[in-house]
Ligand binder design. Sequence first.
Ligand code: SF4
Ligand code: SF4
Ligand code: SF4
Length: 308
Amino acid sequence: MAITRRELITNIGKAGVPVAVAMTVGTQTLQAEELTVPTEPLSLFYDASLCIGCKACESACNAANNTPPDISRDGLHQAPADLNVFTRNIIKLYKPADGSPSSFVKRQCMQCFDPGCVAGCPFEALYKDKDDGIVHWDGSKCIGCRYCTIACPYSVPRFQWLGFNPVITKCELCSHRLAKGLKPGCTSVCPTSAVIFGTRSELLLEAKRRIKNNPGRYYQDRVYGETENGGTQALYLSRVPFEKLGLPEIGPDSGPSSTLRWQKRIYSYFALPAVLYAGLVTVIRKNLKGYEQEAHEQEKETGLRAQL
Ligand code: SF4
Ligand code: SF4
Ligand code: SF4
């Protein structure tokens, strides 16, 4: 029951039609796509000038998310070098060699208004809640391509390299705690209120109040995240330039996300190998069916001969 090349191409073509239609529809959706601002965005506000680097928020984050402490550096102390699959929240130290002011900085997901990770994911495994604006990861849709890790302008999502069913991890603002009426882990233990939780509008007001009441204390009297990268739900005040703390000067346009949304159209062409694969599976199935039938007939024949 050999299959002809004509049959092969026909089968691939048949399998390709629905996908081609889906790709066209997907493109139209992208063209019509408009960004919506969440109705009640929830936020973290971190004032680096109040942080004493105690790292209580790191441990609280581990406890809240049931992740083990990262003791990989010396086998004894929790001292992760960077965000990683067990570390969704990290305190780092900026200490310039020239003796100018140093600063701690807390890093976690910024819950961007226009998240590059969401725009970069070809399968919508990352999505932004339309009400509270928290960016979530849906493991059932993730294929482990890791585009989100490249697309995030803050290098936040981390990929689990080991394990049978790898996961992407990032701060999701402890939404499981919020659902129980609790505050995020990190904001419930900070001894100096360097990090606090609330709605974005109230935290933005608090940040501006601190700037007004403390002239000359904060870098450029600016709240990082108010407009940067199209606005983020994590807001920062600092005494030292934000860039020194790993917060890039992106500007008010969420350029990376806009670009990525268009690139997503190109990603959709990655469906092509899937189309070819689907066609080949159809061909193989057809062949197998033929062989099974032949084998069955042969068996029947052999059996019949044995009975004779
Ligand atoms: S900081 Fe990165 S991971 Fe977090 S929402 Fe923005 S793009 Fe996504
Ligand atoms: S909100 Fe939760 S997950 Fe995010 S940094 Fe704070 S403790 Fe960690
Ligand atoms: S718990 Fe507060 S003071 Fe301590 S490291 Fe975290 S943000 Fe800074």
